[in-house]
Design a protein around this ligand. Structure first.
Ligand SMILES: Nc1ncnc2c1ncn2[C@@H]1O[C@H](COP(=O)(O)OP(=O)(O)OP(=O)(O)O)[C@@H](O)[C@H]1O
Ligand SMILES: [Mg+2]
Length: 313
């Protein structure tokens, strides 16, 4: 048996919207996901993350290439694939007219869990997701964040070897999100393979063993966080707080052609690609004849790498 839970070879997905030119959402993507890994698919809006997941989930047919899940081909053996996965979709997919409890039970039954076990697990899962007080409420009456909880809670009802989560944390409060990240890590430790997409880079940084950054349907970088950070050697983050924001600062900063820049009240944040000595020189130029309350210069974050690799390309 292959060491990989997922094998993707030259995957292509082209959409043909009516009266519009075709869209090459996935353009020859290849990657493997090791069993038991937490694999992060990252990329800007429209990069092709959801399209990739949908093919792997058998929800859409690839235009070209191949994908296998635990050795089963997603096109030729969709039933075998579906039996082994649980999926949290990006768009809300919960039964609005069912209660929270019935949503969980229906999902578990669909995956072949017996009634008694399903009820017991539903109680546990609702406890973990702080949903117990809402158990009998119809999902349509819940707030958006709670609906998202139900959706994510569902995949913890079953023990499929592979889990897919498309931006699971959208709309979750930070406390629950932290807890769910812990649950995901536990699942991976027990050998489940997790594939997730996220826009929140700190999430990927914390959770993923392996990251693929994609843009326009193609891979732009691949590796663990350490490897990705090496890619961005020579990128520095600068944070400076002035007692008063200099009037001309916007223009001055733009001239430095930063990879990223953000001005918030009296604080500026920049990501610069330059020699270290040059960065320090720039900082002292910005500080000249001004009162600076705080200066921090640090190495690149995943966010910088992401921007550098995907912006304007
Ligand atoms: N059903 C569809 N019909 C036509 N075009 C589509 C369809 N689904 C997606 N696309 C297009 O395919 C491209 C990739 O979309 P996709 O949803 O895979 O991106 P994504 O990386 O998940 O983005 P996001 O971060 O916004 O969720 C986009 O240009 C999108 O407009
Ligand atoms: Mg998406």
């Amino acid at each position: 048996m292959s060491d990989f839970a997922i094998e993707v070879e030259k995957l292509v997905k082209v959409y043909h919207p009516r009266r519009q030119p075709p869209v090459r959402a996935v353009d020859g993507l290849s990657f493997n996901v090791t069993r038991g890994a937490i694999f992060g698919l990252l990329g800007p809006n429209g990069a092709g993350k959801t399209s990739t997941l949908r093919v792997l989930n058998t929800l859409s047919r690839p235009t070209g290439g191949r994908a296998r899940l635990l050795g089963f081909d997603v096109v030729a053996q969709p039933v075998e694939v579906r039996r082994r996965i649980s999926v949290v979709l990006q768009e809300t997919a919960v039964e609005q007219f069912l209660s929270v409890r019935d949503n969980l039970l229906t999902y578990a039954r669909f995956h072949g869990l017996d009634r008694v076990l399903a009820r017991r697990r539903a109680a546990e899962v609702m406890e973990r997701f702080h949903l117990s007080p809402e158990a009998e409420r119809k999902v349509m009456d819940l707030s958006g964040g709670y609906r998202r909880r139900v959706q994510v809670a569902k995949v913890f009802m079953v023990q499929t070897p592979v889990m897919f989560l498309d931006e699971f944390s959208t709309g979750m409060d930070p406390i629950l999100k932290r807890a769910v990240m812990g649950y995901l890590r536990d699942e991976a430790r027990q050998g489940r393979t997790i594939v997730l997409t996220t826009q929140v880079l700190s999430e990927a940084e914390e959770l993923c063993d392996d990251i693929l950054i994609m843009n326009k349907g193609r891979q732009v970088a691949r590796g663990d966080l350490h490897a990705l950070k090496l890619l961005s050697e020579g990128v520095y983050e600068v944070v400076m707080t002035f007692d008063q924001l200099p009037e001309s600062i916007q223009a001055e900063l733009s001239r430095l052609a930063p990879l990223r820049m953000n001005i918030n009240q009296n604080t500026i944040e920049l990501a610069l690609k330059a020699e270290e000595a040059r960065v320090l020189e720039l900082v002292s130029e910005l500080a000249r004849n001004r009162r600076v309350l705080r200066v921090e210069v640090s190495g690149a974050s995943l966010e910088d790498i992401f921007v550098e690799l995907t912006q304007g390309k």
